[in-house]
Write a protein that binds this ligand. Sequence first.
Ligand code: G3P
Ligand code: CA
Length: 271
Amino acid sequence: MWPVTAHPPAAVQVVAHRGSSEDVPEHTLAAYRKAIDDGADALECDVRLTADGHLVCVHDRRVNRTSNGRGLVSTLELADLATLDFGSWKPGGVYADDPEAPEWDRKSVLTLDRLLQLVVDADRPVQLAIETKHPTRYAGLVERRLVELLDRFGLAHPVEGRPSQVRVMSFSQLSLRRMRQLAPRLPAVFLMERVPLRFRDGTLPKGVRIAGPSIEIVRAHPRFVARLHRAGHRVHVWTVDKPEDVDLCLKLGVDAIITNRPAGVLRQIFG
Ligand code: G3P
Ligand code: CA
């Protein structure tokens, strides 16, 4: 049984995009700790494979934007990434001047392993939505490593009919197909930046039950949400930071709001 939740149950789940990344450098342990403190129902992260086969939480192909280093994640080893500072690029993070916040949490590259540990150790239920990036580069290695890692935490094969603590997301149908073969009971989210012609009617790729349209799609085509719901799918919208977009999502009855500012969104929902 789940212990107590962080806030009253709502129809909509609030998901911290890259952690509480408006306040704290994205994809750092500190950003995820803050998201849990903020009351987020779930955490979102992007994963990439290092040259020596570790899954790390980094959004871009290169480390240039979010660290003091340069280069492709895929050509660097974990030991190389461990020498970089992934925190100082973002000025004014809430933990920046807090001597109590461990420096490692604010600055170090975060492995998916460590993030999973945070999630399973949390003192309340927290879900994790893991996005695979550029999965075609490694001929399925990302998905295999991901399932191996989830298996170590007992999270790769949730019991039928019970809520899964982890879900996978991708813009790539190929990646979702690979995940379905390796871990068929893991919920999958098909992310969309535009609506592919063949999915305009609200259908989704085989085995996928959750749609992940951008807020831009939802603004332009609000009726698409109802179409997805009528087809029996859930709808998780990203990245919803503006109060008017939160209102739109609530009005349309979306199932999850993925946001860089979970505390603000939760205040807007619950007052
Ligand atoms: O949650 C989905 C969203 O994160 C997809 O876009 O570029 O922020 O990974 P991106
Ligand atoms: Ca993402």
